[in-house]
Design a protein around this ligand. Structure first.
Ligand SMILES: Nc1nc2c(ncn2[C@@H]2O[C@H](COP(=O)(O)OP(=O)(O)OP(=O)(O)O)[C@@H](O)[C@H]2O)c(=O)[nH]1
Length: 306
């Protein structure tokens, strides 16, 4: 049998908040490039994960999903930005990967599906979190129901968490990519700068450790990112500012005697050292900026561009 041709292209990853898009991107890429948390709307930036295989390469654009404009929160600048980012992510892609939760197909999924159809890109449906379905037989009617009347290029039940069903999913995605050589070297996992990833790792720890207590309008800015020669190889000196809206929120993030911020910093530093493969010296501050989340200009200074 002759070798299959090498295929490479771009895949937009879309779906409702919290269905497991980041987990799926990470599982496909095989390294931690996108942050994961149980809090909805973790992903504010468009992240590019590069998944390389012997027979092809997928450039995964991880989007925050297409959000319906609803309620007070979604009228903020942040939500408008997220919507624009999601739509922008569809331009020039070769396929879209729509991620849903097994057993659940609601209006928002339908909306995302319609937006993808409108954009004219082939859609592969990943029915994620199948590990949570005890009665596997119940999956079949669900798969039939969501497929009916919709022309998905393929439908795949998967578990991003347990890494099940991913090979078949990758094969079908690659089939939709154009025949062309790899677009990035195999050892590159992301074209995002280390500086950006550093900010994401701090934000992940904030979410992990503050959970529901984390104020929605919190963001992280990397103020300093300098590589210096150290005794045992290079050292990264990183300064991160956690922006909140009120003094009360600042106190929550800092914690008693600064304990919480120290813990956030030390966990984030460990993750950075693992990801960057070198020693990291991380300093974190919390600063107050009132009303930034509804202020487009402030968003731009913090790097949320169109
Ligand atoms: N049981 C199970 N849990 C999963 C699976 N995939 C993701 N999760 C969990 O679902 C939660 C949300 O996952 P994320 O990957 O952050 O979801 P997301 O869709 O990227 O979320 P946003 O960034 O908010 O859009 C996390 O707690 C994951 O561990 C899966 O296959 N099975």
């Amino acid at each position: 049998m002759s070798k299959p041709p090498f295929r490479a292209g771009q895949v937009a990853v879309l779906g409702r908040p919290n269905v497991g898009k980041s987990t799926l991107v990470n599982a496909l890429v095989g390294a931690k490039v996108s942050i994961v948390s149980s809090r909805p709307q973790t992903t504010r930036h468009r992240l590019l994960g590069i998944a390389s295989f012997p027979h092809g390469q997928l450039l995964l654009v991880d989007t925050p999903g297409i959000h319906r404009e609803q309620g007070k929160a979604s009228s903020s600048a942040m939500h408008r930005w997220m919507n624009r980012a999601a739509r922008g992510a569809l331009e020039g892609v070769d396929a879209a990967l729509l991620v849903i939760e097994a057993g659940r197909w609601d209006d928002e999924d339908a909306l995302a599906h319609d937006a993808l159809r409108e954009a004219g890109v082939p859609v592969v449906l990943a029915v994620n979190q199948v590990d949570r379905i005890k009665d596997k037989a119940a999956l079949l009617p669900f798969l039939a129901q969501v497929s009916a009347g919709r022309d998905f290029a393929a439908v795949h039940p998967v578990s991003a968490l347990k890494r099940k069903g991913l090979e078949a999913l990758v094969d079908d995605l690659l089939r939709l990519m154009p025949e062309q050589p790899a677009l990035y070297a195999e050892d590159e996992i992301t074209d995002r700068s280390q500086r950006f990833l550093a900010g994401e790792l701090v934000r992940e720890q904030l979410m992990r450790q503050l959970g529901a207590e984390l104020p929605y309008a919190t963001t992280v800015e990397i103020e300093q990112f300098v590589e210096e020669p150290g005794k045992h190889g290079p050292l990264l000196r990183i300064g991160a500012v956690v922006w909140v809206e009120r003094d009360g929120q600042k106190a929550i993030v800092i914690g008693k005697g600064g304990a919480r911020l120290r813990e956030i910093g030390s966990r984030a530093r460990e993750q950075m050292e693992r990801l960057f493969g070198c020693k990291v010296f991380l300093q974190t501050w919390v600063r107050v900026r009132e009303g930034w989340s509804d202020d487009e200009a402030a968003l731009r200074t913090l790097g949320y561009h169109d």
